[in-house]
Design a protein around this ligand. Structure first.
Ligand SMILES: [Zn+2]
Length: 237
């Protein structure tokens, strides 16, 4: 919690990120940037007319809307995964994104130490002889932070997108906050007592939960794409 947001932005800019849906790891791509699809006219061609003639070709990629845009669930889960990359936890990076019934994001969070508590001093270990030397008594889960970070009066009736099925402590928070649906990606701790208790609580409280099945396994964020895609235009978007 001691670093400034700008530090991260500066250190990450110009990298290509791959958000892999089946893990919480964002891997900087080592591949070259995508090849531009912009067609450069040959120098032997006549001067370009200043009159814009709309293409009548049905195959034109510029006259119809994109088909591979992110659908809402993919988008919200991707926001959760991107948020997870803010986590300092060396073993587990989890993000959560709360969405209201108008598909507006009203809260985002990731796992981390409480505000004002130095995450360089608190332990990040999963195991230790003394439990006080593990992260567990201290760390705030993504769900807690997403709820506490809400930018609306409340999150009643909202849906939470979260990378991991919520633990029993987070299930309590979800229920008490009035969240009505949980969409999770991984359920890798399904057989633990905590997750069993979580399901029991969510079921009793009538909170729906369902696993998100991504159509694609990864989403690439390429900061350079804004410079190499699209056509030249007098407007900015
Ligand atoms: Zn939890």
């Amino acid at each position: 919690m001691t670093d400034l947001p700008f530090t991260d932005v500066a250190s990450h800019v110009e990298r290509t990120y791959t958000i892999t849906a089946l893990s919480t790891t964002v891997v900087p791509s080592t591949s070259m940037p995508p090849v531009s699809t912009t067609v450069v006219p040959s120098t032997s061609m006549p001067p370009v007319s200043t009159t814009v003639v709309p293409s009548t070709s049905p195959s034109s990629s510029r006259t119809r809307k994109r088909e591979d845009f992110l659908e809402w669930p993919e988008y919200f889960m991707a926001v959760a995964f991107l948020s997870a990359q803010r986590s300092k936890d060396p073993n587990s990076q989890v993000g959560a994104c709360i969405v209201n019934q108008e598909n507006k994001i009203v809260g985002i969070g990731y796992n981390g130490m409480p505000n004002g508590c130095d995450d360089d001093l608190l332990p990040w270990s999963r195991t230790a002889d003394d439990q006080l030397d593990t992260k567990y008594p201290y760390v705030c889960h993504a769900e807690l932070n997403a709820i506490m970070n809400k930018n609306s009066a409340d999150v009643k009736g909202c849906t939470m997108y979260v990378a991991l099925f919520p633990c029993n402590e987070c299930a309590k928070l979800v229920i008490q906050a009035g969240i009505k649906e949980v969409v999770y990606l991984s359920d890798k701790y399904h057989d633990t007592p905590g997750m069993t208790a979580s399901r029991r609580l969510l079921n009793m409280a009538g909170v729906q939960f369902r696993q998100f099945k991504p159509k694609r396994t990864e989403i690439v964020i390429d900061f350079n794409s804004i410079n190499i895609t699209g056509t030249r235009s007098s407007s900015c978007q």
